[in-house]
Each structure stands twice: as C-alpha cells, then as structure tokens.
Ligand binder design. Structure first.
Ligand SMILES: Cc1cc2nc3c(=O)[nH]c(=O)nc-3n(C[C@H](O)[C@H](O)[C@H](O)COP(=O)(O)O)c2cc1C
Length: 126
C-alpha cells in the first residue's frame, strides 16, 4: 500500500484505554486527507515527535459502529508496546497492509477480542 497520513493527536472519548487498547486519534493535515483515507483496519508503521524510531501499530479508519450510531469518520492508531502521552504531538502513519473491514460488534468484549487478534496478526506479519 502506498499511503501515508500525518496529523496531530487529539483527545478521543478515552474508551480505548478502558478497552485495553489506547488509541491516538488523529486530526489529519491537510484536512482533505480524511475524506481520501480508505476505511478499514490496517497494519501501520508510526513515527513522531514523541515516538522513538519507528513503531508498529494498528490503525482504524472509520465511524466506530460498535460504540456510535452516527459517528463521523476518524483515524485512530494503537501503537504496539508503547505507553506514553501523545496528546498534541505529531504522528506520521505509513500504511503497510489491510487487515479487515470495520464492523459492528455485538458488545465491547467482542470488539476487544477482535482488536487483540488484529494486534497479534500485525505482530506476526513481517
Ligand atoms: C485496531 C483497531 C480496530 C478497530 N476496529 C473496530 C471495529 O471493527 N468496529 C468498531 O466499531 N470500532 C473499531 N475500533 C474502534 C474502537 O471502537 C475505538 O478504538 C474505541 O471506541 C476507543 O475510541 P476512543 O479512543 O475515541 O475512546 C477499532 C480500533 C482499533 C485500534
């Protein structure tokens, strides 16, 4: 895939941290990049002003149908093996491959189980 997105980390609902998979919600630049971004779950490589080197991540581009009935499109990234404050910092996200479509899960624990699989899949792929 040849796609790179960049933007500033803004505050989300904070539910990701509760789920066990905290995400950095991105406000993209240029803002037109959001409408062009393909929806789905992706394996990505992330760099940024507060991220040392390159980190593997999983990225969701979509409307989060499990948690919002009329959500607007967002881009959020979970960085693997990373625990730090990224709010207001800059991130660059390079898309490496598509994992799956975004789906509506019956509850949060089903969503959590799927994200855990997404993470394991992203780790295994070289
Ligand atoms: C790898 C990954 C995959 C995701 N897949 C879905 C999905 O299929 N369906 C969905 O409704 N939300 C999906 N989400 C979004 C979660 O619902 C979201 O991260 C959670 O609601 C936390 O949002 P918040 O950080 O804005 O609070 C995914 C998030 C990640 C990081």
């Amino acid at each position: 895939m040849n796609l790179n997105l960049r933007g500033t980390v803004v505050r989300g609902a904070g539910l990701g941290r509760e789920l066990g998979f905290p995400t950095a919600n991105l406000e993209l630049r240029p803002c037109g990049a959001l409408s062009d971004a393909p929806c789905g779950v992706f394996r990505v490589e992330v760099s940024g002003s507060r991220v040392r080197g390159m980190r593997l991540g999983v990225c969701n581009v979509g409307v989060r149908p499990t948690v919002e009935s009329a959500g607007r499109k967002i881009v959020e990234v979970h960085l693997l093996d990373f625990d730090g404050d990224l709010y207001d910092s800059e991130l660059s996200v390079r898309f490496l491959g598509r994992i799956r479509d975004e789906r509506r899960f019956k509850d949060l624990s089903a969503l959590k189980a799927q994200i855990a699989k997404d993470v394991e899949g992203a780790r295994r792929t070289i």
